[in-house]
Design a protein around this ligand. Structure first.
Ligand SMILES: [Zn+2]
Ligand SMILES: [Zn+2]
Length: 363
């Protein structure tokens, strides 16, 4: 057991409390990682609000990077001192989904109630999303981490672990965007900007960003959008007009708002596809016309964490960043200490942030 400082949620919606929790040593196949940087993702906000369910006390935070400080038995390919990205994608490697090459939807990811965290009194603390990275250290499964270059800044690296792979992966792995495709990305927040740069890397012809915030449409253009349309009234009309009246080959919905899903088919060209990335809270439903969509050969695809295989996809994302072909530093709009986690949450909820990163520097 090691005592680590963490941001603990005792009640959904109430400020996180910075306090010490107990972290057990890594067991079979697990690694301990000292967290250097962890970004605030909208899923952390939803978890904190109780929108995804889950127990308390809990430690959130899942978009992280750091340095391996201990390895359990059976760990292969990682050693103390390695720089790593830490993701929430825990995969068994042997279930049907893993066997089909889709570890983000692993069917046997392990028992989330048997996490490595407990209070100093010995009561269990929920390690949210198998990560619990708003903390000085984490213990995670070796399937969740990928080595990154030691000289890569950890704040930039942390972003890859969730928002970047989710957005870039949705464009490249799920949508399968091809050179010449017309693409609409709804929502130009952290994930949306990455969907835009994924579409750009894939060679999309026109990339139309749709957002309620004019400043975010400007951000979108800096990341590769060719057009920006304000989400007011019926934005699909303006978007369709921009795309020669035909509509988009792919519409990536990166906001978790059911009303946006209701409108998404309206942007589509024949044979186009909707990619569902943003996750509304439990109980939200969207509707569409099966007749219209079937008749036009249109598709709806769910994309969990960009359908990535982290040990395949993170290395090339790192390379494109180091070659200047994929933006990471520009995604960071604020840096905070762990003690400022509630302020970082508030700034993220205010809606103007790209990504807020918590820097730990806990040497
Ligand atoms: Zn996330
Ligand atoms: Zn599996």
């Amino acid at each position: 057991m090691t005592k680590v400082k963490a941001a603990v949620c005792h009640k959904h919606g109430e400020p996180l409390v910075i306090e010490e929790v107990e972290l057990r040593a890594p067991e079979l196949g697990e690694v301990e990682v000292k967290i250097d940087a962890v970004a605030v993702c909208h899923s952390d906000i939803s978890l904190w609000q109780g929108g995804f369910g889950g127990a308390v006390p809990a430690v959130f935070g899942h978009e992280a990077a750091g340095i391996v400080t201990a390895v359990g038995v059976g760990v292969k390919g990682f050693a103390v001192g390695d720089s790593v990205a830490v993701t929430l994608i825990r995969s068994c490697g042997t279930c049907p989904s893993c066997g089909q090459g889709h570890p983000t939807v692993c069917e046997e990811p392990g028992d989330p109630s048997k996490g490595p965290l407990s209070t100093t009194q010995g009561d269990p603390v929920w390690q949210a999303l198998f990560a619990g990275a708003f903390a000085e250290k984490v213990v995670v499964d070796q399937s969740q981490i990928v080595k990154i270059p030691a000289d890569m800044p950890k704040d930039a690296a942390s972003l890859i672990s969730c928002g970047v792979i989710t957005g870039v992966g949705a464009a490249i792995n799920t949508a399968g965007i091809r050179p010449g495709d017309d693409v609409v990305v709804i929502g130009a927040g952290g994930v949306g900007l990455n969907a835009i740069q994924g579409a750009r890397i894939a060679g999309a012809r026109r990339i139309v960003a749709v957002d309620m915030n004019p400043a975010k449409l400007e951000d979108a253009k800096a990341f590769g959008a060719t057009h920006g349309v304000l989400a007011e009234g019926k934005p699909f009309k303006e978007v369709k007009a921009l795309l020669d009246g035909r509509g988009a080959d792919a519409v990536l919905v990166t906001v978790g708002v059911a009303a946006v899903y209701d409108q998404a088919p309206r942007y589509l060209a024949h044979n186009g596809k909707i990619v569902m990335v943003g996750m509304p809270h439990f109980g939200s439903n969207a509707s569409y016309s099966p007749l219209v969509m079937a008749d036009a050969g249109q598709k709806i695809l769910g994309s969990k964490m960009g359908d990535v295989v982290i040990k395949r996809d993170i290395p090339w994302i790192v390379d494109l960043y180091q070659q200047g072909r994929l933006k990471l530093d520009e995604l960071i709009s604020g840096r905070w200490t762990l003690d400022q986690v509630n302020e970082a949450f508030a700034d993220t909820m205010a809606g103007n942030a790209r990504r807020n990163v918590i820097m730990l520097n806990n040497d």
